[in-house]
Design a protein around this ligand. Structure first.
Ligand code: F3S
Length: 398
């Protein structure tokens, strides 16, 4: 891979240890994927934030980078808890201490302590064709597909390296030739709820692997639908980019001849709810909404549904979102309504990364296929998947 003379100097350590380590990561990646050079990126979204996934070794590595500073706007993926209201969540103080140490380490590097998988709802909105280095799979899918920006699925270290150097190796989804469709999915099922889009994403992600799916039959899909579709696709497979006919910005140039075709009908939709996951029972310990982090409209929908009602004794309702959306929800009065019902809106955290078992939570209802997959995998609790109303109803008093 070609390096400029300044990049060579950084690699030799002439600009300090941390920049040298960052450059080593980018050069190693570039050589593995046969990139021709490094290209500038305008923002980074960095995974590897929760203490659950980072652990003590990760904290030490982060702290070893101290002394350098990121050179482009950079923010974080969700943490294992609400950074301010972790006590209310019931988080163990020792876990909280380590989680806050991680956030402080990132802050000293100049990374914004905003923890969210929806950077595009927080003002980090790349333009069409803009190159970025984002980590979280649903955000990557959304950026590439809905915004037409360009990013690979970065790991935490490579996104941080890009944030420090301001560049990424030029390979994968940064190149035109890798943005063509690899399979077509004709959607014949009637998608009625956001969770139906999430189910479609999961089904298609399993089928596509790391290929680029092209959907037909989703003409009315709005931002909320595409956010859910992005998360399902990113969770089930390695999908980082998809196209939707007449909806997403590259759909006209994405289709090539002779690609395989598949059909997603009512039977396939039902299969995701009943066979891939378990349907929501009458009662669960926790109903968790906000995967990816809830938009203001989703918080509003929960508030309207629980308005004037109460959550059952012993159960909990948590809505996960970003600090920005939480503040807006507070101003709009949605937070008060959800709290009056006995629920809570948490910022910065993620249901799959929270130490649920340690908190005595054994069963969780979610309205996102990604949440269903990861909460079961990481938090090791029983997880049930349905639409938002079924999910919230499972913790409400009769
Ligand atoms: Fe976000 Fe966690 Fe879901 S990172 S996409 S809320 S699994």
């Amino acid at each position: 891979m070609y390096l400029t003379s300044r990049e060579e100097r950084i690699l030799k350590g002439e600009e300090g240890y941390a920049r040298q380590k960052a450059m080593e990561i980018l050069v190693a990646l570039g050589e593995i994927y046969e990139a021709d050079r490094l290209i500038p990126v305008s923002s980074a979204q960095i995974a590897g934030v929760s203490y659950t996934s980072l652990g003590d070794d990760g904290i030490e590595w982060l702290e070893s980078l101290e002394g350098t500073h990121v050179t482009i706007p950079a923010m974080l993926n969700p943490a294992g808890m609400d950074l301010e209201n972790w006590r209310r969540m019931g988080i163990d103080p020792e876990y909280a201490r380590k989680q806050l140490r991680i956030i402080e380490a990132y802050k000293r590097l100049g990374v914004r302590p905003l923890c969210s998988c929806t950077p595009y709802l927080l003002g980090m909105v790349p333009m069409f064709g803009e190159h970025v280095a984002w980590s979280e799979s649903s955000a990557v899918c959304y950026a590439n597909s809905v915004l037409g920006a360009r990013t690979n699925r970065e790991g935490g270290p490579s996104a941080l390296a890009s944030a420090i150097i301001g560049k990424t190796p030029n390979y994968g989804y940064h190149l035109d030739e890798n943005r063509k469709a690899g399979l077509v999915i004709e959607v014949e099922a009637k998608l009625r709820t956001i969770s139906d889009y999430s189910a479609l994403g999961y089904w298609a992600g399993k089928l596509a692997g790391s290929n680029v799916p092209y959907f037909r039959g989703l003409k009315g899909a709005d931002n909320a639908c595409l956010k859910a579709l992005s998360a399902g696709l990113g969770a089930a497979g390695g999908v980082a980019l998809y196209h939707v006919e007449d909806v997403t910005p590259e759909h006209k140039t994405a289709l090539v001849e002779d690609v395989e075709r598949h059909r997603f009908g009512e039977a396939e939709l039902k299969e995701v709810y009943l066979d891939y996951f378990k349907p929501i029972p009458d009662h669960v310990d926790l109903a968790a909404v906000g995967c990816p982090h809830a938009s203001l409209d989703e918080v509003k929908e929960v508030a309207e549904f629980v308005n004037g009602r109460r959550i059952r004794e012993g159960s909990r309702l948590w809505v996960f979102t970003s600090i920005a959306v939480k503040e807006m929800a507070k101003r709009c009065g949605y937070l008060d309504i959800i709290r009056a019902a006995g629920g809570e809106v948490y910022a910065d955290g993620c249901m799959a990364l929270a130490p649920l078992r340690d908190m005595g939570i054994k069963s969780v209802a979610v309205n996102s296929s990604k949440a269903a997959f990861y909460t079961h995998l990481l938090a090791r609790v029983d997880v049930y998947f349905g639409n938002l109303r079924q999910c919230v109803e499972s913790v409400m008093e009769e």
